[in-house]
Design a protein around this ligand. Structure first.
Ligand code: HPA
Length: 269
């Protein structure tokens, strides 16, 4: 993995990508955050050495490098989900690459199902912590000490400093934000009412199919992480309704403008 990461990093540096200040993973339906970036370089995943190629409808695959204000950013337009059939190690490969391009702060967005009764469809939740129930761990196998330690401290998986900074931005823009715990399941099925109930009993506020593996490897390599989730459907007892990928995309699309503004201001600050 180490050699492959270095090979991809060298490839991207040769393409002109220089030490980005922030790495951004644009999740389901939040791809439009890309409009905030003054794009300098965009490379389709299938042209990047060693990169997996995304297959899911609504997830275009492109690595974007450019600027937001005077900050340099590298953004993944489309991510690699475990349910697509990638190994858990493949899903997190781009995060490894971001680190060795020089990224120290990672911003991750996703869509999720809310199980907190105070949530409504379209709400935005800042992730304060996570529960990892993915069936495979991205750090399983022999540890690569050059990436980080065997046993990774996770007491602050989501940077308190970054969360406080977003609080300032949200207040300035007058955007209400929830805070909560994100639980990751592999999908690709949405949850049954009984599973949503389980998610709530376990102490989470929202459930989704991504983000956690990426944050784990980012922490492994000592990066600071910030996660934001759009609540696209509700798994609240008595309120559970049918949900489809199209609905998730539609809600995420409505909220993405505001998430885009928040992240834009966050990066500029
Ligand atoms: N469950 C899991 N993943 C999701 C959901 C959900 O309800 N909504 C959007 N992504």
């Amino acid at each position: 993995m180490w050699e492959k990461v270095q090979e991809t990093v060298n490839f991207l540096k040769e393409k002109g990508i220089k030490t980005p200040d922030f790495g951004i993973i644009l999740g389901t339906g939040l791809g439009n955050l890309v409009e905030k970036i003054t794009i300098e370089i965009a490379i389709p995943y299938d042209e990047i050495v060693n990169f997996p190629v995304s297959t899911v409808e609504g997830h275009s695959g492109e690595l974007i490098y450019g600027k937001i204000g005077n900050k340099k950013v590298i953004a993944m337009r489309g991510r690699f989900h475990y349910y697509e059939g990638w190994s858990i190690h493949e899903t997190v490969f781009p995060v490894r690459v971001m680190k060795y391009l020089g990224v120290e702060q990672l911003i991750v967005s996703n869509a999720s199902g809310g199980v907190n009764p105070a949530f409504e469809v379209g709400d935005i939740m800042v992730i304060t912590d996570h529960i990892n129930l993915m069936p495979e761990h991205p750090l399983n196998g022999a540890n690569e000490n050059r990436f980080g330690p065997r046993f990774v401290d996770m007491h602050e998986a989501y940077s308190k400093k970054m969360i406080s900074k977003m609080d300032v931005v949200a207040e300035k823009l007058d955007v209400p934000l929830h805070k909560g715990i994100y639980l990751a399941l592999q999908g690709p099925t949405f949850e049954t009412p009984a599973e949503y109930k389980m998610v709530k009993i376990l102490g989470a506020d929202a459930v989704g199919m991504s983000t956690v593996p990426e944050v784990i490897v980012a922490k492994h390599m000592g990066m600071e992480c910030f996660g934001v989730s759009v609540i696209t459907d509700l798994g609240v007892e008595g309120v559970v309704e049918s949900v489809s990928h199209e609905e998730v995309q539609e809600v995420a699309k409505k909220s993405e403008k505001i998430v885009g503004r928040l992240v834009e201001e966050f990066i500029k600050l």
